[in-house]
Design a protein around this ligand. Sequence first.
Ligand code: ACM
Ligand code: ZN
Length: 565
Amino acid sequence: MKRLTLFLLVLTALTSVNYAAQRADYRIIPLPKSVEADTTHVFLLKDNMAISYDATKPDMARIAQYLAVWTLETTGLRLSLTPNNKNAAIRLTLIAAKKNGKPTKKSKKTTASSNIGQPLEDYTLTVGQSGILLQANEPVGLFRAAQTLRKSLPVQAVTPSQPSDPVELPYVRITDSPRFSYRGVLLDCSRHFFSVDFIKQYLDVMALHGSNQFHWHITDDQGWRFEVKAYPKLAWEGSVREQTVIGPGNSGIYDGQPHGGYYTQEDCREIVRYAAERYINVIPEIDLPGHMMGALHVFPNLGCKGGPYPVMTRWGVCRDVLCGGNPETLVFLKKVLGELCDVFPSKFIHIGGDECPKDRWRECPKCQAKIQELGLKATEKHSAEDQLQTYINREVEHFLNERGRDLIGWDEILAGGLTEGSIVMSWRGTKGGIEAAKQHHRVIMSPNVFAYIDHPQLKDVAKQPRTTGSYIVSCSKMYSFEPVIPEELTDAERDYILGVQTNLWTEHVAYPEHAFYQLLPRLGAMSEVQWCSPAQKDFEDFRTRLPRLTKLYDRIGVKYCHEVE
Ligand code: ACM
Ligand code: ZN
């Protein structure tokens, strides 16, 4: 009897769980729409298990590879890629590809808020006895499902030479789709130049949070950073400022160091390709007709006063802008935008339009002659000069439309009257967005007080690297933003709100570590504004889920603000 007990004990020790299994947790950021978990049963994900996908689909092979890399990075588990393997522990399946055994047409359906011409991103993630099943209509949905699985896994201690502990995944059925089809993040690469490698990392972090639009601000007063082959000097000379003001605001103290750098068209194509592989569209912005000192430096004849125009070395709004009456201005813009369209396949092209003072235009004979020629008359709502800006916008919009593109502009484009199909990006609060939606124009909400992450995120500004001053955009403030203003808009008008964007301006952000510190974890908060319904949102609950996401930030090696207010 004693010997039998001993035998049973040894047998139990050999066969029972002899690892410190950690559990997956599906309460991730952004929180999926529906998570139905059965925590009494678990599937055990172990070393050397397999991921299966349809080998005929290159997108699926890539997503399977991402998942293998992410699982290794997070848990240390090594998964093999075995196409078309019904017994694999993780299976990626496109459900729209086959229905009742017959192939069906590709899903083209769009919802009210997904009217930006992109495929649906819905997915389901199921864990049961036979393993983990990722299902979607389109590869992008599988990518979202793979990110959800990645974020659900525990970040485990990994010893490269040793097998890692298995992970327990409670049985679950997750169904998810984003609230808004446009989920943007801006990076200003004019005020400070950032490398292609950094931009790739930024895109990876965007993808982790389910963002799908990278608004790339590549020209401004402080540096022109897009190569235009017709005008080589534009990037060579327009990208370099002699020095940069340092300290708070425009302190008057300069670093004495030239700052430059630009993106070749090859760089841009590389970024577009890299982003597309992560289901992110790149929207380039050529800010016009203001914020043009980079270009005016090279082509002073395009300014009302003829120059000289140095590339700006301090921040703020500049009175010198492109001359609205010089026909060469439109020749220049069309050349630049033509090359831009060749490089960037994005349906949306951003033309800025913000902060264009009219001082020079009011005094310039060419601008005034153009106003006369066009018969522009000041009205109660629109000055003649604002209408001249609208004239430029209309010419540019027509040019873009001919190339199958739509124009986005900052909300200042409302000032002279909106052009026919223009999309308004509302940054000075939500007023411009509401006005545009009422005029049946599409809108992206990006109000500064909720969405500008160049501002500090903690009340105690002394704890943080220097940023743009004036107000705090805390995580909770950003989280509280409701982009579809129910008191102001009818149901039909609300459909014009395509989505939300957060913006990282970089006057005071010169290094990648600082950029990530400004971005994170606020992008987590923004991702719930972009993905979750108002009923789902709860900041205190978000806070409880955040430490698991920041562990992943630590694992992938990106900086973030460790305090949350
Ligand atoms: C802006 O922040 N000037 C769009
Ligand atoms: Zn002029």
